[in-house]
Design a protein around this ligand. Sequence first.
Ligand code: TXA
Ligand code: MG
Length: 338
Amino acid sequence: MLTVQQQINLAVEQLQNNEVVAMPTETVYGLAARIDSEVAIKKIFSIKQRPFFDPLIVHVSSVDQAKKCVTEWNELSDFLAKTFWPGPLTLVLPKSDLISDLITSGLPSVALRWPQHPIAQELINRVGVPLAAPSANKFGRTSPTKAHHVKEEFSDSVLVIEGDSSSVGIESTVLSVKKQNNIYELAILRKGSILKSQITEVLSRQSFKYQWQEVIDKIESPGHMKHHYMPSIPLVVCRDAKLKLSELSGLLNKKLNELPDEIEGVKIIKPKSDIKKIEFLKLSSDPTQAARELYSQLRAASLRSPDVLCFIQTSAHTGEMWESVFDRLYKAASLILD
Ligand code: TXA
Ligand code: MG
């Protein structure tokens, strides 16, 4: 058994040798490669079975390092980075030549984040080059928040640094920052634990001219499939308060079996046989805690293999942080019952 420090030492060596390694971050575990190793970056896509159209987030360990990855480091990005970094905020900015098209899926922009986790920081510092790292799970499946999740996902093929459980539990907020005619245009491309209201609040004390934009454009916001984060058993989110539990298994048998086998390249999970055992997913009533435990609960429930896992959504699940949690729950679900 290697100590964590020995695992970090080995990870640094492997990263220098065009390998990929799994590292803890405060959001979820990431599968990391040096941005300047095309061989290692290609390995990320092949190990994850990830399509090349889904771009990777680049992890840095200083603002100076971030500046080298972009052609334009504007004042608003500098302010947000100084306010929220290191932490779970990813900034999307025009990429420099240091960042290959493989990393950005051919987009002219790069997604950048300085993670807070000390092990992630140590790795980036010691390698001396930013690390591209998507979540360390197979494409479309539940993200890992514990070292053993990653080991279950990739068996022994990847070195996993055994850090603690991810404290945030859902992926970073992805924010696009553009500057047009001296006005900044901001758009949340993926919700996370840094909320739009928090960003608005810190900006309200500054003199930047900016406006929020809604993004529905698939090209600007790739990797946003309808289904993602799926556990290996069917998850159903039930929003119909009038539904009788006695009718649930009949209804689910019918509805789940009517679903297509695949949507946007992601396999839709269906019950293996007639539904007899339904388990109810229970999350904390505190959305921050619910985010922290969501993925490990989905994985643990999958191991108990009920025929269906059901989450009942109620009016108590209201507010911005719940929206970030539901962004994952809806995509992890095979079906949403209204
Ligand atoms: O918290 C996180 O962000 C985690 C940890 C490991 O840092 N990483 C993560 O990476 O969630 P991944 O690959 O699972 O998600 C990357 C997503 C893409 O699917 C896409 O939505 C967005 O980030 N993204 C990356 N580059 C982009 C770009 N240039 N423009 C727009 N969106 C981008
Ligand atoms: Mg992911």
